[in-house]
Design a protein around this ligand. Structure first.
Ligand code: UD1
Length: 428
């Protein structure tokens, strides 16, 4: 397993390019299953999760070509096996996004249950409930969701769907299924994340009729058929937010090209309160910080968009660890998303966890510092927090099991090296 070796203590300076969003690219690869015409996606990030999704759709008989420049051409004209097997689903929960499109276009789908996940149990009951409201008959057998249309039906039927909680991939599954359903679907309590809007824009470019995306009520008028399109994947706000935290922590001056400040309001506000200067500039975001002990720890609660993203909780916590003062962080979205805490503690951080709440006592209050050690990545965003901690720790930090990081960050160590970090990959 590859590891990262980081020698901490260098500021970050220069420019870095923000890649396309993982959480937009994954549903958009699935949206290509909704048509028999070719679809071209631009700005697709080079990530393990994208490779897994391409493997999943190729396994269905779809042709998908990926070029180095981030272009992916998909032709689902030959799709002949509407199935997502366990071997592929187990490594990536987002495979559940195949369910809606397959059911909408073929009237049947067999998709493995995603199973457990490090950050919580992450059930799919809402996906099933919403598609069932559109008429799908879904049974769960032998670890698979087996879905089909009732006898005599040729399409799903529009419905009013109110989920018990806001679910991002649930909203995406319903959007894709409703695009080809008969009649109107209204999604209440819909997720409002920028990735939902980006998917909706792609579906509209394919001929779908959608209104209200970006709000909590989305209306979809089903159409008979969708056609091909070319769509550019929106910039990754979580990758951008991760770099913002890294620069705030190490100190320095960096422009994030293609970064969207308007997608990161909650994080940027906290970074400003912490003492970093963050501005939207032409075509990106600029962050400037004196770093380390000049920062003030900030408390926050993770919530759905536009609140503070759960996907940024771990990275901001790394920054809090080295700041002045004490901060309380509450994780409201996932039940077990503090696994980075023990690893940060190994680097010298002072953190107490009680259920959903973590209290971080910033080291700067006592002039203490993080000190390098070997730590283990436990999930995607936890890995990023350990990298940030390693960048500011004294001495050498080795981050083990970075396959988690590779799932969701496009060339992270190369990008950090370009900004002046002393970081290298040690191949297994
Ligand atoms: C998506 C993101 C992930 C992010 C998360 C929350 C993708 C590919 N992944 O995950 O990076 O951390 O949103 O912003 O876009 N829930 C249920 N039943 C369901 C569905 C969800 O109980 O059927 C619960 C989950 O366990 C969780 C909460 O609802 O507690 C929100 O989860 P959800 O928004 O669905 O997360 P994902 O879409 O899986």
């Amino acid at each position: 397993m590859d590891k990262l070796l980081i020698r901490g203590g260098r500021p970050l300076n220069g420019e870095v390019l923000v890649s396309g969003a993982k959480n937009a690219a994954l549903p958009e690869l699935c949206a290509a299953l909704l048509t028999a015409e070719p679809v071209t996606l631009l700005n697709v990030p080079q990530l393990q999760d994208v490779s897994t999704m391409l493997k999943l759709i190729r396994n269905m008989g779809v042709s998908a070509e990926r070029s180095q420049d981030g272009t992916v051409r998909i032709d689902a004209g030959g799709l002949n096996t509407p199935e997502a097997p366990y071997e592929l689903v187990k490594t990536m929960r987002a495979s559940v996004l195949a369910l809606g499109p397959l059911l909408a276009r073929f009237g049947e789908a067999t998709v493995s249950l995603p199973g457990g996940c490090a950050i919580g149990s992450r059930p799919v009951d809402q996906h099933i409930k919403g598609l069932a409201a559109m008429g799908a008959e879904i049974v769960v057998e032998h670890g698979y969701m087996i879905a089909k249309l009732p006898a005599g039906w040729t399409r799903l039927r529009g419905a009013r769907i109110t989920t018990d909680m806001v679910t991002v991939t649930g909203t995406e599954n319903f959007l894709m299924a409703a695009a080809l359903a008969e009649g109107e679907t209204v999604l209440e309590n819909a997720a409002q994340e920028p990735e939902i809007s980006d998917l909706a824009e792609m579906l509209i470019a394919m001929g779908a009729r959608i209104e209200g995306h970006g709000t909590s009520r989305i209306r979809i008028q089903g159409v008979d058929q969708l056609h091909g399109c070319t769509h550019r994947v929106v910039a990754d706000r979580i990758e951008a937010g991760t770099f913002l935290c890294a620069v705030a922590a190490t100190g320095g001056d960096v422009v994030l090209r293609h970064g969207r400040a308007d997608h990161l309001d909650a994080v940027i506000e906290k970074l400003r309160e912490a003492g970093a200067t963050v501005q939207a500039v032409d075509g990106g975001i600029r962050v400037h910080s004196a770093g380390g002990a000049t920062l003030k720890a900030q408390g926050f609660r993770t919530t759905e968009y536009p609140g503070f993203p759960t996907d940024m909780q771990a990275q901001f916590m790394a920054l809090n660890c080295i700041a002045q003062g004490t901060a309380t962080v509450t994780e409201t979205i996932f039940e077990n998303r503090f696994m980075h805490v023990n690893e940060l503690v190994r680097l010298g951080a002072r953190i107490q966890v009680d259920g959903k709440v973590a209290v971080i006592e910033g080291l700067a209050s006592t002039s203490a510092r993080l000190s390098g050690a070997t730590v283990m990545a436990t999930d995607l965003r936890a890995s990023a927090s350990l990298v940030i901690a390693g960048l500011v720790a004294d001495g050498e930090t080795v981050v083990d099991r970075i396959y988690h990081l590779d799932r969701g960050y496009d060339c992270m160590e190369a990008k950090l090296r370009g900004l002046g970090a002393d970081i290298e990959r040690m191949k297994a």
